[in-house]
Write a protein that binds this ligand. Structure first.
Ligand code: SF4
Length: 527
């Protein structure tokens, strides 16, 4: 297999190219990686020749438009997943561009696409940067097969298929779990061969915002699980998504030991994205949150998969032997870090599994510090858990604790589906009392989002709130409609998820207004 990736090659479990490469090796394959090929010619793509099984193409750890442009659609000057942080090492819409070059170089060769860009764009989606509805990336790229989500389990099935005699005879891929295929127009129902959900067609989505909203709502519900295939029709063919196999939800991320946690020796300069995570540890995947702006569910699903505590301990125990390790684990976490362990046997939702694993990690010989770098869902901490929070703040917060209230207006929070009833002011008060009592210099860093669909003047409330509560370290980000999310559909359609009309700040001037109120008009947007 030859892997083509938009990221530099970093041998670390947080870098999807490395995870996929190591997994393919575990399947007994020889794997070559072409990281950040020059897409302006065919030379780099030809370097390993035609693979025996297939090309595996990914844009990398981020959607390539998000990697290349800011939330104000300005080109980024840095790409933290490139050597030296150099911008411009991956093309816009990288998956499509790489597939096109492969077709030019090799003609009829098998191409499998995956990663976040492919996952988020697997059906009709709103592209903020072109301000239009684009077709499924499977149609646009000309790839043969799309593997969506965290693909370890599914990829093993894909490899088995490509090794089979049917694949070698040139047959089309069968109904492989967690994949999407395209078939000639009208052939979808026959190819699915079972009960399925028919999605609003591509043409309808382009012409009727309400139908596009319907599509987004069905896909959003699908993130919570469901065993039915989905089909969307295009003039060029039908795109079919097969559901994940039942029982394929075991965390396949316990492969920490095989990575050397370094950038490829080929690079003269370090990859900036590695430095903060070199000795970070992933605790879980998935989040039970349903935030409408979050792309995580479309990729990882809305289901928690926590790593077994003993696997985490085994991974950290190996750190002291690494020549680059100086005793600090900068982050142990995952999306909504306090959800760690809720799905493990014998635990119930709460802070206890996280507090417990942190306690054990800090007791490992050679570990001086273990910190939380991921955001904490402050609204999920119960009154009786403040003792545990105190322990976590005392030992595992290095100066700043990230929280993401996102907004303070209940109407906008409802549209975001982000804890509209939560008492952030109450949390700030208790947190400050706690740090004063312990004589600790710890600050809250709240993340806020402005210019969300539905906003007229509500962002002004954030400005007032941050002033009243002296929140000097706040992070403000204008809403970016990420492909595949419900909020992107709200932005495009001007509708809330129930189909009611909402105002949408679309023009740049309107989008910048909220931040200007909070930070003053002279501050430039962060990238
Ligand atoms: S809580 Fe965070 S990770 Fe979870 S859905 Fe919301 S934004 Fe995404």
């Amino acid at each position: 297999v030859v892997v083509i990736s938009g990221d530099a090659y970093v041998d670390h479990p947080s870098f999807p190219t490395a995870v996929i490469t190591r997994l393919l090796q575990k399947c007994g394959l020889r794997v070559a990686v072409i990281a950040q090929p020059d897409w302006r010619s065919l030379e780099d793509f030809r370097v390993f020749g035609r693979p025996e099984l297939f090309f595996a193409v990914t844009a990398g750890a981020m959607d390539s438009m998000v990697a290349n442009y800011t939330s104000m659609r300005l080109p980024r000057h840095e790409d933290r997943l490139s050597p030296g942080g150099k911008a411009g090492m991956r093309p816009k819409r990288a998956v499509g561009v790489y597939c096109q070059r492969l077709r030019e170089a090799f003609g009829a060769v098998s191409i499998v696409i995956g990663g976040i860009e492919a996952s988020l764009r697997r059906f009709s989606h709103f592209d903020f940067w072109e301000n239009r509805i684009r077709d499924s990336i499977l149609i646009d790229s000309g790839a043969d097969l799309l593997v969506y989500g965290m693909a370890e389990t599914a990829l093993v099935g894909v490899v088995d298929w490509f090794r089979s005699s049917s694949a070698r005879d040139g047959q089309a891929p069968p109904r492989l779990p967690q994949t999407c295929i395209k078939v000639p127009a009208g052939m979808g129902p026959e190819a699915i061969g079972a009960d399925y959900v028919r999605l609003p067609g591509a043409q309808e989505c382009r012409e009727n915002p309400a139908r596009f909203m319907e599509l987004a709502a069905i896909l959003d519900q699908g993130c919570s699980g469901g065993a039915r295939a989905k089909m969307q029709s295009y003039p060029k063919g039908d795109v079919i998504e097969f559901p994940p196999a039942s029982g394929s939800d075991s965390p396949e991320i316990n492969v920490g030991a095989v990575f050397n946690r370094r950038g490829h020796p080929l690079y003269d300069e370090p990859v900036p994205g590695l430095l903060p995570v070199q000795f970070s540890v992933i605790s879980h995947r998935g989040c039970l949150g349903t935030c409408t702006f979050c792309a995580l569910a479309m990729h990882q699903g809305r289901r928690l998969r926590s790593r077994d505590e003993k696997d985490i301990l085994a991974e950290v125990s190996g750190f002291p032997a690494h020549p680059d390790f100086h005793g600090t684990v900068p982050d142990l976490g995952g999306p909504s870090v306090n959800m760690y362990g809720w799905d493990l046997p014998g635990h119930r939702p709460g802070l206890e599994p996280l507090a417990e694993v942190l306690r054990r990690v800090r007791a490992i010989p050679g570990i001086k510090h273990v910190f939380l770098g991921s955001g904490l869902r402050y609204d999920l901490i119960r009154d009786e858990e403040w003792g545990m929070l105190e322990e976590i703040v005392r030992f595992h917060v290095s100066g700043q604790l990230k929280v993401a209230p996102e907004h303070v207006d209940p109407r906008i929070l409802t549209l975001m589906r982000k804890a509209p009833g939560a008492d952030f002011a109450g949390f700030i008060r208790r947190f400050n009392e706690l740090t004063e009592r312990l004589h600790l210099k710890r600050f809250l860093v709240p993340y806020f989002m402005t210019a969300f669909p539905g906003t007229t003047t509500q962002d002004e409330k954030i400005a007032a709130f941050t002033r009243i509560h002296h929140l000097v370290h706040q992070q403000i980000q204008e809403f970016t409609p990420t492909p595949g999310t419900l909020a992107a559909a709200m932005f495009f359609a001007g509708l809330d998820p129930e189909g009611r009309q909402i105002p949408v700040p679309r023009e740049d001037a309107a989008r910048k207004k909220g931040r200007a109120k909070i930070q003053g008009p002279s501050r430039r947007g962060r990238s």
